[in-house]
Design a protein around this ligand. Structure first.
Ligand code: ADP
Ligand code: ZN
Length: 704
């Protein structure tokens, strides 16, 4: 009987539809032809080779460089009832023999191999297998032009040549044009067709924050983590030392966190990774080595503590968030120091020019003042027609003003200090500071001393960095970070040229909280109690089977169960991610929980104010709650007012200013105590929000 890809998709993996290109790629493979597949992380590459592998009657070889990835994929496949195995340096000699036996007896459908193992066994037992298809994952590793070259990959061509009648598929999430040609050549693919799917991951918000001093950066990260409490996330750092620093900072703030870098021994690294995968550690602070090959679908956020080396790496790393398609946040911190440091590294390595060029592109992206997603995607050859609405630039578009006079003040300060001082001294001089160093150097006698008193310290720093970015001054890292004026800078100083500056981004958390724009399900629609029960069941099943929880069902599937509440086999099979095998194995258990929940006659939905109250008790501010729930702040304030009126312990007085309450009291009385809020809102000429009016009224009524 002819097995059809769509049937496999539904019955094995539990999905109704293919994602773009998946079906074409599968069909081409089934027709015996070679392909190169470019899809972003989380785009669904695995399905492209797993489905043909299940249709061919023979064995499929999957080459993958990452041991953790193999293990993860094999576990996920087995959970769906697929006969999969892996063969790499992590398994015992005894297990090796077992795998070889199973493979030779035709009991394995997909066999994952590391490239070095593959090469070492290619002339022995591998030869005798009925190989029908070969998939090469992370194929960019074969290319010198990639950023992750692995010499063993170049030997895979031998395999291609010895298996001439078998289709090959190379897959990667990162390959620019030169790397693509290289992959095809190096692997010896024949008449290979290139498939590129959209790299646009709309569920990821993009935010970049530049020149944030370390202390503030740590504090911002701490707040970010609080806002995303109980969600999994990764923080990428440049150095081992900073991974440890950041981890201990967050740990002392009470968060579940571990660090990960190449200095840990293999066992320790494995342990840290496993704890992350199984959700027992929520946050990992790591050097870039972490995460490759982790198919953890519920990573909700990624922070870069430093500037990544190139956009390929950056995109791959942020791509580890939100693989389940749910809204996820990413934030990049950078400063010029990272840039200088990397430039120096690049000078010492191979491919210097290319690496430096890539680094420059990375910096340009970080400094951009237009939609970041458009810049990012155009780098990967994809041109969006509209701004994304889900990056910091789209959400807080910069406003320009004529900055010539400001620039001249700064430039003249630099000139008068003979281009020997750094940014801090300059700002102190401009602001007329009584700092001892200023006096010691005699700078308080300069003409520019105090010329920029009206601008705050942080704003000055922002402007000066803009001057550097626009090429008016150079920061000489080799000379104690002294500022030097460029020829362009002199032109501005002499009044021969004007320049534009943007207002420093507001540092208020509020403006940033607009990020995460993509709508999420209103929590009140979800049966949170049921969800909690389902998660408990999932965790205990995962512990029993000794696999990560998401291997049983991912969050998306559980959310769907909690809202659709299926209690029949057919309804259960409709849940995304439920195939026949999982239905048989787990269906009854999950449906029992759902049935029990249904029959207990409790209100179907948790009252929306109740959710607000829980979050309030957890210490979140109304803004934070609004952000979490994707509701307006004024709605949350109204909830709090209602809770207060009901006698719940809500400290409303702390949330509304005295003056506002008085204003409302006057309007309330003037209007003869109306039953509605609207007249008060109008009486106050819309200066006080509905939420604040409700809170004030609640306080006024309680007082009486
Ligand atoms: P990649 O290997 O490209 O990083 P994966 O193959 O791991 O991505 O897929 C990412 C997620 O998307 C997985 O959870 C996978 O089950 C899911 N997925 C893949 N294809 C589909 C599909 N057609 N419908 C629904 N979910 C899919
Ligand atoms: Zn945008």
């Amino acid at each position: 009987m002819e097995i059809n890809p769509r049937t496999v998709l539904k019955q094995i993996f539990g999905y109704d539809d293919f994602r773009p290109l998946q079906e074409e790629i599968i069909d081409r493979t089934l027709a015996g032809k070679d392909s190169l597949v470019l899809m972003p992380t989380g785009g669904g590459k695995s399905m492209c080779f797993q489905i043909p592998a299940l249709i061919f009657d023979g064995i499929t070889i999957v080459v993958s460089p990452l041991i953790s990835l193999m293990k993860d994929q094999v576990q996920a496949l087995r959970a769906n009832g697929v006969k999969a195995d892996y063969f790499n340096s992590s398994i015992s000699a005894e297990e090796e023999v077992n795998v070889i036996n199973r493979a030779t007896n035709g009991e394995i459908q997909l066999l994952y191999l590391s490239p070095e193992k593959l090469i070492s066994v290619s002339n022995t037992w591998l030869n005798s297998l009925n190989i029908k298809f070969v998939a090469i994952d992370e194929a960019h590793c074969v290319s010198m032009w990639g950023h992750d070259f692995r010499p063993e990959y170049t030997q895979l061509k031998i395999l291609r040549n010895s298996l001439s009648g078998v289709p090959f598929m190379a897959l990667t999430a990162t390959a620019d044009k030169s790397a693509r040609t290289d992959i095809v050549e190096q692997l010896g693919l024949k008449e290979s067709k290139l498939f590129i799917s959209s790299f646009d991951r709309q569920n990821l918000s993009i935010e970049v924050r530049g020149q944030v001093p370390k202390k503030q950066k740590l504090e911002e990260i701490r707040r970010f983590v609080v806002r995303n409490v109980n969600e999994s996330g990764i923080i990428y750092c440049l150095s081992r030392k900073s991974t440890e620093e950041v981890a201990s900072y967050l740990e002392s703030a009470g968060h579940s966190v571990a660090f990960y870098h190449a200095g840990l021994d293999a066992e320790e690294r494995e342990r840290v990774q496993n704890e992350f995968i199984t959700d027992s550690t929520k946050i990992i602070v790591a050097t870039i080595a972490f995460g490759m090959g982790i198919d953890k679908s519920n990573v909700r956020w990624v922070i870069h503590y430093n500037l990544p080396k190139n956009l390929e790496g950056y995109y791959q790393e942020i791509g580890r968030a939100g693989r389940d398609g749910l809204p996820s946040e990413t934030r990049l911190y950078y400063n010029m120091r990272d840039f200088m440091l990397y430039s120096q590294f690049a000078d010492q390595g191979a491919n210097t020019e290319m690496q430096k060029e890539k680094l420059k592109r990375m910096l340009q992206f970080a400094e951009a003042k237009s939609c970041r997603r458009r810049i990012l995607l155009s780098y990967f050859g994809e041109h969006l027609t509209d701004d994304c609405g889900n990056c910091d630039v789209c959400l807080n578009p910069p406003e320009y003003f004529d900055g010539t006079v400001l620039a001249q003040k700064a430039l003249s300060g630099i000139a008068r200090m003979n281009e020997k001082e750094g940014i801090f001294m300059l700002i102190n001089v401009l602001r007329g500071s009584h700092n001892a160093e200023v006096h010691a150097a005699g700078h308080h006698n300069l003409k520019t001393y105090g010329a920029g008193q009206d601008v705050s310290f942080t704003d000055w720093r922002d402007y000066i960095i803009q001057l550097a970015n626009q090429g008016l001054v150079e920061i000489m890292y080799s000379e104690g970070s002294a500022l030097k004026i460029t020829s362009l800078g002199w032109e501005v100083l002499k009044g021969e040229r004007t320049i534009r500056l943007t207002s420093p981004v507001s540092n208020k958390e509020k403006s940033r909280q607009k990020i995460k724009a993509s709508p999420t399900v209103d929590e009140s629609e979800l049966n949170t109690h049921l969800l909690t029960e389902l998660k408990k069941l999932r965790n205990s099943l995962a512990r029993e089977a000794n696999v990560p929880a998401y291997i049983i069902f991912n969050d998306k599937s559980l959310n769907a169960m909690a809202s659709a509440m299926p209690v029949t086999e057919n309804a259960f099979l409709d849940i995304p991610g439920v195939g026949l095998h999982k239905m048989e194995k787990y269906g009854t258990k999950f449906m029992e929980v759902i049935q029990k929940y249904k029959s207990v006659d409790k209100p179907k939905k948790i009252p929306t104010t109740e959710i607000t109250f829980v979050l309030y008790q957890e210490g979140f501010s109304p803004e934070e709650i609004a952000n979490k729930r994707n509701l307006q702040v004024t709605t949350i304030n109204s909830h709090l007012a209602q809770l207060y009126a009901e006698g719940k312990p809500v400290e409303l007085q702390k949330l509304v200013e005295r003056g506002v309450i008085e204003k409302v009291r006057v309007a309330f009385d003037e209007l003869d105590r109306p039953h509605e809020v609207k007249p008060i809102y109008e009486q106050l000429e819309e200066t006080v929000s509905y939420g604040e009016i409700r809170m004030s009224l609640a306080i006024i009524m309680k007082d009486e």
